[in-house]
Design a protein around this ligand. Structure first.
Ligand code: ASP
Length: 325
């Protein structure tokens, strides 16, 4: 009898565990692999607010696990409990880190459940306000005159700013001293203060600084000029003479591998609803970002897209010889 009761109690416990609703009582945490106040953080905080609404008011918080070009935060989520309460918001680094960073402690293709893409974000080439150059032509001349003395800020090896900065140096045939930060928020502070000379960064961080004339803006990294009011007069790097130069950042949402399919489906539905939130769209558009409305909001398409981006960037990085230890 006692044995039967024990079996019944165990079965009840199992039932209770299975029936645990999602989201549960603990908050859903979106891990940002870069410093607070930067471009990835900006997207995550806007998304957290929109997902809070789309998940019926469930708490959604942001945790900045910055460092090592975005690999520390990604690794934290890869190793987290697969219960849907720990998510990762990451950018193009998910596609470039496998080539740019040797010995990554996780596998982009197999250690995550893909929840859907969030947005596409252009980058801008910006400089310290005291830089003597006022347009790209003058900047190119200044770079030529200051070879060996130029500091370029970035968010560490594997970050978008790292990739963009490396491609820029390669296209200009100039080596610069790269200064790594835990994100481009602290790098921006130093750029404004004149401690570093140049940086390539997402418009989600640079638009307001360009608008406020806190930094000098020289070009956008997209193939076409942008329409955002503060950025529409900036030339593209391609039209400035850097043939074929094009980098656009995208963000996607991930959960640890093994997160149950029904939880993945709920998170995907919450993400889709958040991407339709007019307030979220307005905020993102104001920062030059374009919210994803195509099939990449589907987990399978998100996964396919990242695999295609890995295949796209790997030969470019290798051919440019820009990968680093
Ligand atoms: N803009 C950074 C990068 O270079 C990331 C960040 O600080 O959000 O990837």
């Amino acid at each position: 009898m006692k044995r039967l009761l024990l079996i019944a109690a165990a079965a009840l416990t199992a039932l209770t565990v299975q029936a645990e609703p999602f989201p549960g009582t603990k908050p859903v945490t979106i891990v940002v692999p870069f410093a607070a106040g930067g471009p990835t953080d900006r997207v995550a905080r806007d998304l957290a607010e929109a997902m809070r609404k789309s998940m019926g008011g469930a708490p959604v918080v942001v945790d900045n696990a910055a460092g090592a070009g975005g690999s520390i935060g990604a690794n934290k989520v890869a190793k987290a409990a697969p219960d849907g309460h720990t998510l990762l918001l990451h950018h193009i680094g998910m596609a470039t880190m496998p080539t740019l960073v040797r010995n990554l402690p996780f596998k982009v293709e197999t250690d995550f459940e893909y929840l859907g893409m969030v947005n596409d974000v252009p980058m801008t080439l910006i400089g310290r306000p005291s830089l003597p150059a006022n347009n790209f032509k003058e900047l190119a001349a200044w770079i030529g005159q200051n070879k060996g003395r130029i500091n370029l800020g970035n968010a560490g090896v594997g970050a978008a700013s790292h990739l963009c900065g490396l491609l820029f140096q390669n296209a200009m045939h100039v080596d610069m001293t790269t200064v790594p930060y835990k994100g481009t928020a602290p790098a921006m502070t130093d750029l404004i203060g004149g401690q570093i000379d140049l940086m390539c960064d997402q418009t989600t961080n640079t638009t307001s600084q360009i608008e406020g004339k806190k930094v000098k803006a020289f070009a956008v990294t997209t193939a076409k000029r942008l329409t955002t009011p503060a950025l529409k007069d900036l030339p593209t790097l391609q039209e400035s003479g850097l043939k074929g130069f094009e980098v656009t950042i995208w963000h996607g949402l991930y959960a640890p591998k093994g997160t149950p399919a029904d939880v993945v489906a709920k998170l995907n539905a919450a993400l889709k609803a958040a991407l339709k939130d007019p307030e979220f769209i307005k905020k993102q558009e104001g920062l030059g970002a374009v919210v994803v409305t195509d099939k990449r909001v589907e987990p399978a398409e998100h996964k396919k897209f990242v695999a295609a981006e890995i295949a796209k960037w790997s030969p470019i990085i290798k051919a440019a010889g820009v990968y680093a230890d």
